[in-house]
Design a protein around this ligand. Structure first.
Ligand code: CP3
Length: 366
């Protein structure tokens, strides 16, 4: 039975879980689900209208506003998942640091010493981050049942990058110096962040998140050997603490071509792949069963529709139609992206995902 609602095909019972959640679990699905990292944001005129009245942090902290901007791309494009509107730096404020957005995050008093690390608080998310949990509860009520609600947090290494550097950086030399010169202090900081992230993600699942993604964006700046020593144990502990039956845990980073096999050792259910790794390569290296998410180069959305469709099709063929795949970009959508390109991508991925599965069922696929 084909439904025209976002989420594409539905089963017969009304208890069936959203397409996206089933695909993230590696279950066979009718077509390829799609959502995009940063799908709510400045490329949408309706988002810019909200932002002309309220600053970014106010939107994040006011559940009615956060719900509204989370829903904007769902209404417009029919994505299969809605990602909570927030930022990876939100829990940092609750740990006691001052954060500003300009538009990238800036931390007023960066963390550099043992005393700085000791004074970081472990917030109770039901108290200090209750606005996030309220946003999730409201979203769960407002979203159509076929659209999955995705929660998220920053990876501890990526959060450490902002709070040690104080702002975005090209080479992250302050963080790396801390790591190599004072490994005990570095690990103490990572442990604290990992506890905060675990509490926070568990609370999001309690509040209704049906999948969670750890954005460990900057972990790709590490060598495989250093990722294993300085990131893997922490992310593994987060996955262990947060793991909830039926709620997929997605791990994403940028520039991770050299790290994929080690990232699997974290125990994450799904890996998000950036665009510099081919899906064919990722699939070959990680085997046929691990659900993968990604990985269209975000700038392809500036190309003519024909090129967008071609690149999307290549990704779906590379990953294999019977293999678990969730379509996404290889990193966040950029602010000048034409909205028509996003509509076309969503339409095409649903259509072509179905076509590839039909082909494979007839024995003509891969
Ligand atoms: O995906 C979504 O739609 C949900 C919301 C979301 C935001 N940030 C909103 C946001 C998510 C999941 C994030 C994650 C995030 N934030 C990451 C990890 C993912 C990634 O892109 O690597 C990182 C590193 C951050 C830190 C951050 N916050 C940066 C670097 C910036 C500036 C980005 C820019 O494009 O200028 C922000 C601000 C921010 N976070 C905006 C949005 C919509 C722009 C704020 C505005 O409206 O001015």
């Amino acid at each position: 039975m084909i439904s025209s609602e976002p989420g594409g095909l539905r089963g017969f019972g009304d208890v069936e879980e959203p397409l996206l959640v089933r695909a993230l679990r590696g279950e066979p699905v009718e077509t390829t689900p799609i959502w995009l990292m940063r799908q709510a944001g400045r490329y949408l005129p309706e988002y810019r209208r909200v932002r002309s009245q309220f600053d970014f942090l106010t939107v994040c902290k006011t559940p009615d506003l956060a719900v509204e901007v989370t829903l904007q791309p769902i209404r417009r494009f029919g994505f299969d998942g809605a990602i909570l509107f927030s930022d990876i730096l939100i829990p940092i404020e609750a740990m006691g640091l001052q954060v500003r957005f300009n538009p990238g995050p800036e931390v007023d008093a960066p963390v550099r010493t043992a005393k700085d690390v000791q004074s970081l608080r472990r917030p109770d998310p039901t108290v200090e981050l209750s606005f996030v949990l309220e946003t999730l509860r409201l979203l769960r009520r407002e979203l159509p049942p076929g659209v999955a609600l995705i929660g998220f947090a920053g990876g501890p290494f990526t959060m450490a990058a902002y709070i040690v550097e104080g702002e975005s950086s090209k080479d992250f030399l302050l963080l790396k110096s801390l790591m190599y010169r004072e490994p005990l202090l570095y690990h103490a900081l990572m442990e604290k962040l990992s506890l905060v992230v675990s509490d926070y993600l568990s609370a999001q699942i309690q509040a209704g998140a049906q999948a969670v993604q750890l954005f460990d964006t900057w972990s790709g700046i590490l060598s495989p050997r250093d990722y294993r020593e300085f990131v893997l144990p922490h992310v593994r502990r987060i996955v262990e603490r947060v793991k909830t039956p039926g709620v997929p845990f997605i791990l994403f980073g940028v520039g991770t071509a050299g790290l994929l096999e080690i990232m699997v050792e974290t125990g994450a259910d799904v890996l998000g792949i950036d665009w510099r790794t081919s899906m064919k390569d990722a699939r070959r290296r990680l085997g046929p069963n691990l659900p993968l998410q990604g990985n269209l180069e975000p700038a392809v959305l500036y190309a003519p529709f024909e090129i967008i469709r071609e690149r999307a099709r290549e990704i779906m063929e590379d990953v294999g139609p019977q293999s678990a795949h969730v379509f996404n970009l290889g990193h966040g959508i950029t602010p000048e992206t034409p909205v028509e390109a996003v509509s076309e991508l969503v339409r095409y991925v649903h259509e072509d995902g179905r076509r590839l599965r039909e082909l494979a069922a007839k024995g003509g696929g891969m």
